[in-house]
Design a protein around this ligand. Structure first.
Ligand SMILES: Nc1ncnc2c1ncn2[C@@H]1O[C@H](COP(=O)(O)OP(=O)(O)OP(=O)(O)O)[C@@H](O)[C@H]1O
Length: 248
């Protein structure tokens, strides 16, 4: 069964067509990179996959079910472009940050039971941060905060992981660290990963599929067939910028 199917999907904001008749498929343990210039529709497609935007035309299926009837959202993990730099005085602990992704499992009184606590510990072990459970998130380094966010995403054991430019403003060491952890989650746990990134060279080495967005269309490549050089030369033909706009 396909993890995710996008069939002839189109979407416009007002009159601007942003996604134009796009069809793509993703299977278990795929690592797909969404690349393309600013404004080419990568985030818009991610928002449709998370159910935050509805296609004007076409169909999205998650684990074989139409997204219109889909309800098991805990099987989908998501990290967005959000800025993660918490100020030192930010009061939440690592436990609370991760627990906030378990609220729907806690029931009316929001009580943490031992089963949920065990899930939090397991997620922290995955990112090698078990000893930081009671630390304030604001006191951790940027790289450690990023690990906590991966743990927060993994606490529900999602099968499909969507990452929308999670590395904007992150230093090179933390980037390597992030790729290593996500690579392990992809390889060892067979999770499907879709990641939007402007670092086309780096991500095309990590991914097995590279999807190039341009002018509302999306062109899939196996990473073995993808040429970074051709990609860059293609962009040079136009006045398109490929530098991320959301810098810090
Ligand atoms: N809420 C909105 N209302 C109107 N237009 C929007 C909205 N969000 C995005 N757009 C426009 O849709 C187009 C696609 O945006 P989108 O964010 O999907 O691109 P992207 O490929 O993710 O770009 P980037 O790499 O800069 O993040 C852009 O022209 C953008 O200005």
């Amino acid at each position: 069964m396909k993890v995710l199917e996008i069939n002839n999907v189109s979407f416009s904001y007002e009159k601007e067509v942003v996604i134009n008749n796009v069809s793509l498929e993703f299977e278990k343990s795929d690592f797909a990179a969404f690349v393309g210039p600013n404004g080419s529709g990568k985030s818009t497609l991610i928002k449709m996959i998370t159910g935050n935007l509805k296609p004007d035309q076409g169909e999205i299926k998650i684990f074989g079910k139409s997204i219109n009837n889909y309800s098991d959202w805990s099987r989908i993990g998501y990290i967005s472009q959000q800025v993660r730099d918490f100020n030192q005085s930010f009061p939440a602990t690592v436990r609370e940050i991760i627990a906030s992704n378990l609220y729907n499992k806690m029931g009316f009184l929001k009580i943490m039971n031992s089963k949920l606590e065990a899930k939090i510990i397991k997620a922290l072990e995955l990112v090698d941060m078990k000893n930081y459970l009671n630390r304030k998130i604001g006191n951790l380094s940027g790289g450690q905060q990023q690990r906590v966010f991966i743990a927060r995403m993994m606490v529900n054991d999602p099968d499909l992981i969507l990452l929308d430019e999670p590395l904007v403003g992150v230093d090179i060491r933390a980037q390597d660290d992030f790729y290593q952890i996500i690579g392990e989650i992809n390889n060892n746990l067979q999770k499907t990963v879709i990641m939007v990134s402007h670092d086309v060279n780096l991500i095309s080495k990590q991914a097995n599929k590279v999807i190039c967005f341009d002018n509302g269309e999306a062109y899939p490549h196996d990473s073995g067939d993808f040429s970074y050089q051709n990609y860059i030369e293609g962009l040079r033909d136009t006045s398109i910028r490929i530098i991320p706009e959301h810098g810090h």
